[in-house]
Design a protein around this ligand. Structure first.
Ligand SMILES: [Zn+2]
Length: 258
C-alpha cells in the first residue's frame, strides 16, 4: 500500500476516514443522551426502522437516498454526510502530512476527538468527560512514542487544564457566574496531552482570538445577543486543529514580525 501512488493511498485513507466519520456521527448523536455507542444498531430517528448495511455506506447512501429515509421519506440531516466528508478529508490530509507513523495514529485519534467535541459542544453546550478524560491518558501514553514527548505532554496537560481553570475561577470571582464550562479546562488539558504545552498555548490564543473576532462580528451585525454565541469548545477544537497542523509555522511567522 505504501508503494502505491500517493493519490491511491490518499483515497484509501479517505475511505477509512469516511467510515470513521460514520462512527463519529453515532458518538455525536448518542454520547450526549447517554446511550451505548455500539448497541442497538442505528435506526431512523423518525420511524425507528433499523438502518440496513447498504443504507449505511458513508456519503454514498445519503446521495443515493437523496437525503431521505428509505421507509418514511423523512429528511436525514445533512450533518451526517458532512461529518463523514470532513473526517475523510482529515484522514487523507493526515496521511499526506505524517505518512505511516505513530504520529499519524496520534493525530487521527486527536482529530476524531476534536470533531466529536466540536459538534457536541455546538449542539448541547457540553464537552463530555467520557471523551476528554480518557483521551488525556491516551495522548499522554502516545507521547512516549512520538511528538511532543512525555515531558512536553505532561506540562501541556498542567498548563492547558490549569490556565483555563484559573480563568474559570477568576471569572467566577469577578462576575459571580460561570463564564466557561468546566468541560473547557479538561478539553484544553487533552489538547495539551496530544500537542505539548507550546502548541496548547497557540491553540488557546487562536481560539480566544477567533472567538472574540466572531463575537464582535455577531454583535456588529446584530445577529442576536450572547446566547447566539458559539461555545468556546468549538473555537478550541478549531484552534487545536490549526496548532496541530501549521502551529510551528505560525509561531515562526509571529516571531519574525518582531
Ligand atoms: Zn424513517
Amino acid at each position: 500500500m505504501i508503494d502505491a501512488p500517493p493519490a491511491v493511498t490518499a483515497a484509501i485513507a479517505a475511505a477509512f476516514g469516511a467510515a470513521a466519520g460514520s462512527f463519529l456521527n453515532v458518538c455525536i448523536y448518542r454520547l450526549p443522551i447517554g446511550t451505548s455507542i455500539v448497541w442497538p444498531a442505528s435506526a431512523c430517528p423518525h420511524c425507528r426502522r433499523e438502518i440496513e448495511w447498504f443504507e449505511n455506506i458513508p456519503i454514498v447512501s445519503y446521495l443515493v437516498l437523496r437525503g431521505r429515509c428509505g421507509t418514511c421519506r423523512q429528511p436525514i440531516g445533512l450533518r451526517y454526510p458532512i461529518i463523514e466528508a470532513i473526517t475523510a478529508a482529515m484522514f487523507a490530509a493526515a496521511w499526506w502530512l505524517y505518512g505511516p507513523s505513530i504520529l499519524l495514529v496520534s493525530r487521527l485519534i486527536f482529530g476524531c476527538a476534536l470533531i466529536v467535541l466540536f459538534m457536541i459542544d455546538l449542539e448541547h453546550h457540553l464537552l463530555p468527560n467520557v471523551i476528554t478524560l480518557p483521551l488525556i491518558v491516551v495522548g499522554f501514553v502516545l507521547s512516549f512514542f512520538t511528538e511532543p514527548g512525555w515531558v512536553d505532554s505532561l506540562i501541556g496537560v498542567v498548563v492547558g487544564g490549569g490556565s483555563l481553570l484559573l480563568m474559570f475561577y477568576a471569572y467566577l470571582v469577578v462576575r459571580k457566574k460561570e463564564g466557561l464550562g468546566m468541560g473547557d479546562p479538561k478539553m484544553l488539558a487533552m489538547i495539551g496531552a496530544f500537542l505539548g504545552w507550546k502548541m496548547t498555548i497557540v491553540a488557546l490564543m487562536f481560539a480566544s482570538f477567533a472567538g472574540s473576532l466572531f463575537g464582535m462580528t455577531m454583535m456588529a451585525t446584530r445577529r442576536g445577543g450572547l446566547e447566539s454565541m458559539l461555545p468556546f469548545g468549538c473555537f478550541l477544537a478549531v484552534g487545536a486543529a490549526v496548532a496541530a497542523t501549521i502551529g510551528p509555522d505560525l509561531v515562526q511567522w509571529y516571531v519574525s514580525l518582531w
